[in-house]
Design a protein around this ligand. Structure first.
Ligand code: NAD
Length: 479
């Protein structure tokens, strides 16, 4: 083999482009339009100083706008020491395709700040976040109708509340100020079900996959989710919630949890809540009495299981380990966990990959609901809930009257009345909207996967559906 034939590990941005190229090769787009969709429109880099601990510290932040075919553009803000332009642009591109795939009316964006949040106290983080938000808002890179951030790795509803408040202070007469970011706490304009939305979306995605025996067979699996052995990497917001719902509600066995400082393994299944509580107190899995500890956490990605859920960071399945990955089904809860080169190897082995742009779209879907709620200034379900209950009551009363007639010989089951009477509140509506979104998007991918001869995997199916929608949006604008 010549040196030039040795497979090269592409960077994250290149990986996304390579996946994009594979998809557009199967489509009939003009080269000009193809290029317009591929490129990142703009990246703003800001360096700002904050006086902390008696010194001025300089921080570097990014906000990339990949595509403005629809506005506002949408995407999380990540706090991590290794944040860089390449990463932020790759993530912004994924946001464009993700929003198109799940049909939320946003363009794609992403932001990041080079910082290790664990090194700073809460009040220091607040000062840094407010200053970063100020820099972005000044340029409409935080704005209800232009650019709407959300939480990502290293940020949570706390940072979103600070950003929303900073924007509101700078725009005192903007009645829609709260819609400038999503993922806020409930008491600051958030929506029920947002915190866990991405993990919930992963669960709904897997449920939908397992509703199709033909797809399950392609992964060499059978049956439903019940009893499936799962290994997860990253036990933060997304990983924890996915593990919690899959184990508590679908009967999955969490046999491995990988964190920064190692992994925990147990063939009989780990107690998700105990692990979470331990990490909350001790900052890692070291010393946790659940299961057995493995020092080299990344090795656990290569252990046998039915479903592998990378839910931490990008590029963790790459040329160095792809051959050794045994899981027949991978669901990408993180963004970009499988590099384009590893994707080739895994496809060659027959591994089924449920791609990131679909798998972790639960977050942006519920963010969309939150944005709509903020713009309409009313909680979902507030108008309908009691009317719905009154309607249900009519039916219950009629059934109770009939069941009182012993000659009919039937009676209502004990908790039917309470369960049926309950009208849908915000949380139920959010879950229903998310479930519907995840089912519909999966079906649009699988139609391609099974219906178009040269579409051989779910990732390319997802990309072609998404790119087609972005292209038709540009065409409608006359481009
Ligand atoms: P988080 O910060 O809450 O959690 C990340 C977890 O991964 C942490 O527990 C961290 O300790 C762990 N981790 C970091 N490096 C690791 C390593 N090398 N090995 C093992 N574990 C490691 O972040 P999150 O919000 O859960 O995001 C995780 C992934 O999901 C990211 O790729 C993010 O882009 C993606 N995502 C998040 C959302 C969301 O709503 N939060 C939405 C879509 C996609």
């Amino acid at each position: 083999m010549k040196d030039t034939d040795t497979p090269r590990e592409p960077g994250f941005r290149d990986s996304v482009d390579l996946m994009f190229n594979r998809a557009v090769a199967l489509m009939d787009l003009s080269p000009g339009l193809e290029q317009k969709i591929r490129v990142c429109n703009a990246t703003y880099i800001v360096r700002f100083g904050v006086r902390l601990r008696g010194h001025i510290h300089t921080f570097t932040g990014y906000r990339s706008v990949h595509s403005e075919h629809l506005e506002p553009v949408k995407g999380g803000i990540r706090y991590a020491p290794e944040v860089n332009q390449d990463e932020v642009e790759a993530l912004a591109a994924l946001m464009t395709y993700k929003c198109a795939l799940v049909e939320v009316p946003f363009g794609g964006s992403k932001g990041g700040l080079c910082i290790d949040p664990r090194e700073w106290d809460e009040h220091e983080l607040e000062a840094i976040t407010r200053r970063f938000a100020y820099e972005l808002a000044k340029r409409d890179l935080i704005h209800p109708s232009q650019n709407v951030p959300a939480p990502d790795m290293g940020t949570s509803e706390r940072e979103m509340a600070w950003m929303a408040d900073q924007y509101a202070r700078m725009n005192t007469t903007d009645i829609n100020a709260r819609a400038c970011v999503t993922g806020k706490p409930l008491n600051s304009g958030g929506i029920a079900g947002r915190v866990e939305a991405t993990g919930r979306g992963v669960q709904y995605a897997l449920r939908e996959f397992f509703r199709h025996p033909e797809d399950v067979r392609r992964a060499g699996l059978s049956g439903g989710l019940d009893g499936k052995r799962v290994i997860l990497q990253g036990f933060g917001n997304v990983g924890y919630h996915a593990a919690k719902f899959l184990s508590e509600e679908d009967g999955c066995r969490i046999v491995g949890i990988i964190e920064r400082d190692g992994a925990l393994m147990s063939e009989t299944g780990l107690n998700v809540q105990n692990v979470r509580d331990w990490i909350g107190k001790h900052g890692g899995v070291t010393g946790c009495p659940e299961g057995r500890h493995v020092d080299d956490g990344a090795r656990v990605l290569e252990e046998e299981c039915d479903i592998l859920i990378p839910a931490a960071l990008e590029g963790v399945i790459n040329l160095t380990n792809a051959e050794r990955i045994l899981a027949p089904l991978i669901i990408e809860a993180a963004n970009g966990p499988v590099t384009a080169a590893a994707d080739d190897i895994l496809r060659g082995k027959g591994t089924v990959i449920i791609p990131d742009l679909y798998a972790n779209a639960g977050g942006v879907t519920v963010s969309y609901f939150e944005w709509v709620k903020n713009l309409s200034h009313i909680r979902f379900g507030r108008m309908q809930r009691r009317a719905e209950e009154a309607h249900h009551l009519l039916l219950i009363e009629e059934l109770e009257r009939l069941s009182a007639d012993k000659r009919l010989g039937w009676e209502l089951s004990p908790d039917f009345k309470t369960r049926y009477l309950r009208g849908a509140g915000e949380l139920e509506l959010v879950r229903s909207g998310l479930d519907d979104t995840m089912r519909t998007a999966y079906q649009s991918m699988r139609e391609r996967w099974h219906g178009q001869e040269n579409v051989t995997d779910l990732r390319i199916a997802a990309f072609t559906v998404a790119i087609e929608r972005v292209a038709s949006s540009y065409r409608a604008k006359g481009l």
